[in-house]
Design a protein around this ligand. Structure first.
Ligand code: G6Q
Length: 551
């Protein structure tokens, strides 16, 4: 099967890239460029004008998407076809946010009614906890939730809980425990009262080592603090697709919230995995987030390519990755409540598109997903932005902000927004050495100082950025933003010809440590020298065991 790089559209883009004008030139030539290169959808505004894209390049990118069969792939996704071919699964997270409860099926079997049923179960549970109808073993209200999960069963709920802080139900708190490092759970347990804590064990498979270890330790802690086995039902619930494993853990079916194999882990915050979100911010808030995502789904499904926000964001990414040859992409939310967005998108993007095989098993013929990193603005400005401005490898970036703040404190938000606007401008225009010399002369520097400083203070510019603006970080805006990125990543996967929905690298991680675990000594235990590993692993293992022997 021919790859995407064999197409005339790809070659055309390579030709266009070789002669692409600078951004400075594009902005100088067109005073309304920002209008022509921006879009609005589902309460979000996207300005992608600060990329080295001309009308011709944009048309060629659209042609590339058409050649790659993007519209048909989108249809197949929403039709519930088993597009995750290596796992034989459909990919229907959009069905979870269709509150009308209609229209989604797999192989002719309706799935929407099961979604509606599970949603109603979640809603009833959340309202009974909030009303104090469901209480702990001693009759105390359950005011604290500990979400035990990892990866997709942790990052999404954690991001949303933080992002929705202004909507929190008074008097409630949620703690996330993910790492198998016992310190993570121990730190959380230190702050907990077992009588008022609800443990939410979130695991699609209910076999993940970290989650099962943390869940078992949490249960032991609960039992050692006066809880009886019969009290487990009041303090532990599970969210999983694996009913048998949940039952074997000791959680009854009434306390199990189900989801399905067609919900990928990193796309699961819209399912019952969002229970922690609803418990912290209210079910109505959770529903508003679903509604925002649904609005983006509806836009993605129907808007023509050139007006389609996820597709255009994907095409800009393809341009930067494959034709500008940029291998790192920064996610820069100018919003403290979106502090976990970079980590969330790191998983969503790198786990989905960090692939080097095409769907048909052949090696890919082009670069795929970039390295994603980021921190909230303005913090990042005082740290890694230096490399984005003046490093040897160009980096592309997404700047994200809300025009209105939930915390209108003094002039903080104006200052935040000023930075949100200033950085992309500086990254694009840069500053020539001649401009620096004028600046330094104006401030009265000596000629010798000007000569030595000017090269250091010059910036190359031409660093591509896209800006995403929302009115306010509402549940709807959050939902739309996350759905925007989900669809963007899907579109890029289609163009690169890869399966964005499997994760064999993660599966490897899940099995690798298992063979080494029995060889690690418990503190004070003498373990004979181990074999069967390379000399590096062996030396480290023996050193670890020697230290642990001494205790
Ligand atoms: C997500 C990945 C991965 C997964 C975790 C947790 O798409 O598959 O991050 O979410 O490994 O898996 P469980 O939910 O099965 O515990």
């Amino acid at each position: 099967m021919a790859g995407i790089t064999d197409t005339a559209e790809w070659r055309r883009l390579e030709d266009l890239a070789a002669a692409r004008p600078s951004m400075r030139a594009l902005f100088d030539a067109d005073p309304v460029r920002a209008t022509a290169y921006s879009l609005e959808a589902a309460g979000l505004f996207l300005d992608y004008s600060r990329n080295r894209i001309t009308d011709e390049i944009r048309n060629a990118l659209i042609a590339l998407a058409e050649t790659a069969g993007l519209e048909d792939a989108r249809r197949r996704l929403f039709a519930g076809e088993r597009i995750n071919v290596t796992e034989g699964r459909a990919v229907l997270h959009p069905a979870l946010r269709d509150l009308s409860g209609e229209g989604f099926s797999i192989d002719g079997h309706d799935i929407s009614s099961a979604i509606v049923r599970e949603c109603a179960k979640m809603e009833a549970f959340v309202s009974r906890v909030h009303a104090g109808e469901l209480r702990g073993r001693t009759g105390k209200p359950l005011d604290t939730v500990v979400n035990i999960g990892i990866g997709g069963s942790d990052l999404g709920p954690q991001l949303a809980v933080e992002a929705l802080r202004p909507y929190w139900v008074a008097g409630r708190r949620t703690i996330f425990v993910s790492n198998v490092d016992g310190q993570h759970l121990a730190d959380a347990l230190e702050t907990l009262n077992p009588d008022s804590t609800l443990f939410v064990i979130s695991s699609k498979t209910f076999t993940t080592q970290e989650t099962m270890t943390n869940a078992a330790s949490a249960r032991n802690w609960f039992l050692s603090r006066g809880g009886a086995a019969a009290d487990i039902a009041k303090h532990f619930v599970a969210i999983s697709t694996n009913q048998d494993a949940v039952r074997a853990f000791g959680i009854s079916p009434e306390n199990l919230f189900a989801f399905w194999d067609w919900v990928g882990g990193r796309y699961s915050l819209w399912s019952a995995i969002g229970l922690s979100i609803a418990l912290q911010a209210g079910f109505a808030t959770f529903e508003r987030m679903l509604r925002g995502a649904h609005e983006m789904d509806a836009h993605f499904r129907s808007a023509p390519i050139e007006r389609n926000m996820p597709i255009m964001l994907a095409l800009v990414g393809i341009w930067n990755r494959n034709f500008e040859k940029i291998s790192a992409h920064a996610v820069l939310p100018y919003d403290q409540h979106l502090a976990r967005l970079p980590a969330y998108l790191q998983q969503l993007d790198m786990e989905s598109n960090g692939k080097s095989r095409r769907i048909d098993g052949a090696p890919v013929d082009c670069k795929t997903g970039p390295v994603i990193f980021g921190e909230p603005g303005t913090n990042g400005q005082h740290a890694f932005y230096q490399l984005i401005h003046q490093g040897t490898d160009p980096v592309s970036s997404d700047f994200i902000a809300a025009a209105l703040s939930h915390a209108p404190l003094g002039d903080h938000h104006e200052k935040l927004l000023a930075n949100f606007l200033a950085q992309p401008e500086a990254l694009m225009w840069g500053r020539t050495e001649a401009e620096v010399r004028v600046l330094l002369a104006k401030r009265g520097d000596k000629q010798t100082d000007i000569d030595s400083l000017a090269p250091h203070m010059a910036f190359p510019g031409e660093r591509p950025t896209s800006s995403i603006l929302m009115e306010k970080l509402t549940p709807e805006a959050l939902g739309a933003l996350l759905a925007l990125y989900e669809h963007k990543i899907f579109c890029q996967g289609v163009i690169w010809g890869i399966n964005s929905f499997d994760q064999w690298g993660v599966e490897l991680g899940k099995s690798l440590a298992a063979s080494i675990l029995p060889k690690i000594a418990r503190v004070g235990e003498v373990k004979p020298a181990s074999a069967g590993h390379d000399s590096s692993t062996l030396a480290l293992l023996n050193r670890i065991n020697a230290i642990r022997r001494k205790g």
